[in-house]
Design a protein around this ligand. Structure first.
Ligand SMILES: [Zn+2]
Length: 194
Protein backbone atom coordinates (compact mmCIF):
# COMPACT_ATOMS: atom_id res chain seq x y z
CA UNK A 1 0.00 0.00 0.00
CA UNK A 2 1.37 3.39 -0.92
CA UNK A 3 0.58 6.72 0.52
CA UNK A 4 0.56 9.81 -1.58
CA UNK A 5 1.14 13.17 -0.05
CA UNK A 6 -1.60 15.44 -1.17
CA UNK A 7 -0.16 18.31 -3.12
CA UNK A 8 -1.41 21.77 -2.23
CA UNK A 9 -2.52 24.11 -4.99
CA UNK A 10 0.20 26.13 -6.73
CA UNK A 11 0.28 29.90 -6.46
CA UNK A 12 -1.26 30.14 -9.92
CA UNK A 13 -4.05 27.72 -8.99
CA UNK A 14 -4.74 29.72 -5.84
CA UNK A 15 -5.02 32.93 -7.80
CA UNK A 16 -7.10 31.38 -10.55
CA UNK A 17 -9.97 30.19 -8.49
CA UNK A 18 -9.09 28.22 -5.38
CA UNK A 19 -10.85 29.20 -2.20
CA UNK A 20 -8.33 29.66 0.57
CA UNK A 21 -8.61 30.54 4.17
CA UNK A 22 -6.45 33.46 5.11
CA UNK A 23 -4.06 32.79 7.97
CA UNK A 24 -4.04 36.43 9.05
CA UNK A 25 -7.42 38.00 8.48
CA UNK A 26 -9.45 34.79 8.90
CA UNK A 27 -11.47 35.56 5.80
CA UNK A 28 -12.03 33.06 3.04
CA UNK A 29 -10.51 34.55 -0.10
CA UNK A 30 -11.32 33.24 -3.52
CA UNK A 31 -8.82 33.62 -6.32
CA UNK A 32 -7.02 36.89 -6.87
CA UNK A 33 -8.27 40.06 -5.23
CA UNK A 34 -7.16 43.67 -5.24
CA UNK A 35 -5.62 45.30 -2.23
CA UNK A 36 -5.22 48.94 -1.50
CA UNK A 37 -4.32 51.77 0.78
CA UNK A 38 -7.25 53.49 2.47
CA UNK A 39 -5.50 56.87 2.43
CA UNK A 40 -2.38 58.62 1.14
CA UNK A 41 0.61 57.95 3.41
CA UNK A 42 0.66 61.70 4.17
CA UNK A 43 -2.70 61.37 5.92
CA UNK A 44 -1.34 59.62 9.01
CA UNK A 45 -3.68 57.51 11.06
CA UNK A 46 -7.00 56.60 9.52
CA UNK A 47 -9.98 57.88 11.39
CA UNK A 48 -13.51 57.68 10.12
CA UNK A 49 -13.86 58.10 6.38
CA UNK A 50 -16.58 60.46 5.25
CA UNK A 51 -18.87 59.91 2.25
CA UNK A 52 -17.62 61.28 -1.09
CA UNK A 53 -20.62 63.59 -1.17
CA UNK A 54 -19.39 65.42 1.95
CA UNK A 55 -16.24 66.64 0.15
CA UNK A 56 -14.76 69.89 1.45
CA UNK A 57 -11.81 71.59 -0.22
CA UNK A 58 -10.70 73.49 2.84
CA UNK A 59 -9.10 71.78 5.81
CA UNK A 60 -8.72 68.00 5.96
CA UNK A 61 -11.02 65.50 4.29
CA UNK A 62 -10.88 61.76 3.59
CA UNK A 63 -13.39 59.55 1.78
CA UNK A 64 -13.11 56.39 -0.29
CA UNK A 65 -11.97 58.29 -3.38
CA UNK A 66 -10.94 61.81 -2.36
CA UNK A 67 -8.52 63.28 0.14
CA UNK A 68 -7.64 66.87 0.97
CA UNK A 69 -4.92 67.85 3.43
CA UNK A 70 -4.70 71.33 4.83
CA UNK A 71 -6.88 72.75 2.08
CA UNK A 72 -3.92 72.69 -0.31
CA UNK A 73 -2.97 69.11 -1.11
CA UNK A 74 -5.45 67.15 -3.20
CA UNK A 75 -5.39 63.40 -3.66
CA UNK A 76 -7.45 60.84 -5.57
CA UNK A 77 -7.60 57.11 -5.23
CA UNK A 78 -6.32 55.24 -8.30
CA UNK A 79 -5.56 51.68 -9.24
CA UNK A 80 -2.10 50.53 -10.23
CA UNK A 81 -2.58 47.55 -12.53
CA UNK A 82 0.05 44.83 -12.79
CA UNK A 83 -0.25 41.88 -15.20
CA UNK A 84 0.29 38.48 -13.60
CA UNK A 85 1.92 35.67 -15.57
CA UNK A 86 -0.68 33.06 -16.50
CA UNK A 87 -3.66 35.19 -15.49
CA UNK A 88 -6.04 36.98 -17.82
CA UNK A 89 -6.95 39.65 -15.26
CA UNK A 90 -4.50 42.11 -13.82
CA UNK A 91 -3.68 42.51 -10.17
CA UNK A 92 -4.92 45.85 -8.88
CA UNK A 93 -3.12 47.85 -6.24
CA UNK A 94 -5.25 50.67 -4.87
CA UNK A 95 -3.00 53.66 -4.29
CA UNK A 96 -3.32 57.43 -4.10
CA UNK A 97 -1.89 60.23 -6.18
CA UNK A 98 -1.87 63.98 -5.78
CA UNK A 99 -3.47 66.14 -8.46
CA UNK A 100 -3.32 69.88 -8.99
CA UNK A 101 -6.33 71.63 -7.54
CA UNK A 102 -7.58 72.34 -11.06
CA UNK A 103 -7.42 68.69 -12.16
CA UNK A 104 -8.81 67.53 -8.84
CA UNK A 105 -11.85 69.74 -9.38
CA UNK A 106 -12.29 68.41 -12.92
CA UNK A 107 -12.13 64.88 -11.57
CA UNK A 108 -14.67 65.60 -8.85
CA UNK A 109 -17.04 67.43 -11.21
CA UNK A 110 -17.42 64.46 -13.51
CA UNK A 111 -17.07 61.73 -10.91
CA UNK A 112 -20.75 60.79 -10.94
CA UNK A 113 -21.14 60.37 -14.69
CA UNK A 114 -17.53 59.35 -15.43
CA UNK A 115 -17.48 61.46 -18.59
CA UNK A 116 -13.72 61.91 -18.87
CA UNK A 117 -13.40 61.38 -22.62
CA UNK A 118 -10.33 63.23 -23.89
CA UNK A 119 -9.14 64.07 -20.35
CA UNK A 120 -5.71 63.37 -18.95
CA UNK A 121 -3.31 61.94 -18.26
CA UNK A 122 -2.85 64.27 -15.31
CA UNK A 123 0.45 64.76 -13.54
CA UNK A 124 0.69 63.77 -9.89
CA UNK A 125 2.95 62.53 -7.10
CA UNK A 126 2.60 58.91 -6.08
CA UNK A 127 1.36 59.01 -2.51
CA UNK A 128 1.89 55.57 -1.02
CA UNK A 129 4.94 53.55 -0.16
CA UNK A 130 4.80 50.05 -1.69
CA UNK A 131 7.71 48.47 0.12
CA UNK A 132 7.79 45.47 -2.24
CA UNK A 133 8.86 47.69 -5.14
CA UNK A 134 11.58 50.01 -3.87
CA UNK A 135 10.86 53.63 -2.99
CA UNK A 136 7.58 54.71 -4.56
CA UNK A 137 6.47 57.55 -2.29
CA UNK A 138 6.57 60.98 -3.95
CA UNK A 139 7.61 59.58 -7.33
CA UNK A 140 6.33 61.54 -10.32
CA UNK A 141 3.38 59.77 -11.93
CA UNK A 142 0.52 60.10 -14.41
CA UNK A 143 -3.14 59.59 -13.61
CA UNK A 144 -5.42 58.32 -16.39
CA UNK A 145 -9.10 59.07 -15.75
CA UNK A 146 -11.36 56.22 -16.91
CA UNK A 147 -14.86 56.18 -18.32
CA UNK A 148 -17.88 54.58 -16.68
CA UNK A 149 -16.96 55.24 -13.07
CA UNK A 150 -13.90 53.02 -13.05
CA UNK A 151 -11.08 54.24 -10.81
CA UNK A 152 -8.32 56.09 -12.64
CA UNK A 153 -5.29 54.00 -13.54
CA UNK A 154 -1.81 55.24 -12.79
CA UNK A 155 1.74 54.81 -14.00
CA UNK A 156 5.07 56.16 -12.78
CA UNK A 157 6.86 58.71 -14.92
CA UNK A 158 10.19 56.84 -14.62
CA UNK A 159 10.06 53.80 -16.93
CA UNK A 160 13.13 52.26 -15.24
CA UNK A 161 11.60 52.19 -11.76
CA UNK A 162 11.10 48.70 -10.32
CA UNK A 163 7.36 49.30 -10.15
CA UNK A 164 7.23 50.40 -13.80
CA UNK A 165 9.13 47.27 -14.81
CA UNK A 166 6.62 45.14 -12.92
CA UNK A 167 3.80 46.88 -14.78
CA UNK A 168 5.59 46.44 -18.09
CA UNK A 169 6.75 42.83 -17.69
CA UNK A 170 4.22 41.41 -15.28
CA UNK A 171 4.92 39.52 -12.07
CA UNK A 172 4.66 35.88 -11.07
CA UNK A 173 1.74 34.44 -9.09
CA UNK A 174 4.23 33.73 -6.29
CA UNK A 175 5.06 37.42 -6.14
CA UNK A 176 1.36 38.24 -5.77
CA UNK A 177 1.23 35.91 -2.77
CA UNK A 178 4.29 37.69 -1.32
CA UNK A 179 2.51 41.01 -1.75
CA UNK A 180 -0.55 39.59 0.00
CA UNK A 181 1.65 38.34 2.84
CA UNK A 182 3.32 41.75 3.19
CA UNK A 183 -0.15 43.29 3.43
CA UNK A 184 -1.53 40.92 5.99
CA UNK A 185 -3.02 38.17 3.83
CA UNK A 186 -1.58 34.73 3.44
CA UNK A 187 -2.81 31.22 2.82
CA UNK A 188 -2.52 28.91 5.79
CA UNK A 189 0.84 27.13 5.71
CA UNK A 190 -0.75 23.74 5.04
CA UNK A 191 -2.21 25.09 1.83
CA UNK A 192 0.81 27.06 0.71
CA UNK A 193 3.43 24.36 1.33
CA UNK A 194 4.38 23.31 -2.14
ZN1 LIG B 1 -6.80 37.91 4.25
Amino acid sequence: MRFFRRRGPSALELLRDAAWTCASCETEHRGMFDIGASAPDHWGEIEVREPNSALRLDGDFLSEDFCVIGGENFFVRCVFEIPVHGMSEKFGYGIWSTLSRQNFERYVDRFDDGAYAGEGPWFGWFSNRLSEFGETLNQACWVYPQLDRQRPTIGLDDPEHELSLAQEQGITPERVLEIYAANGHGPRPSVAAE
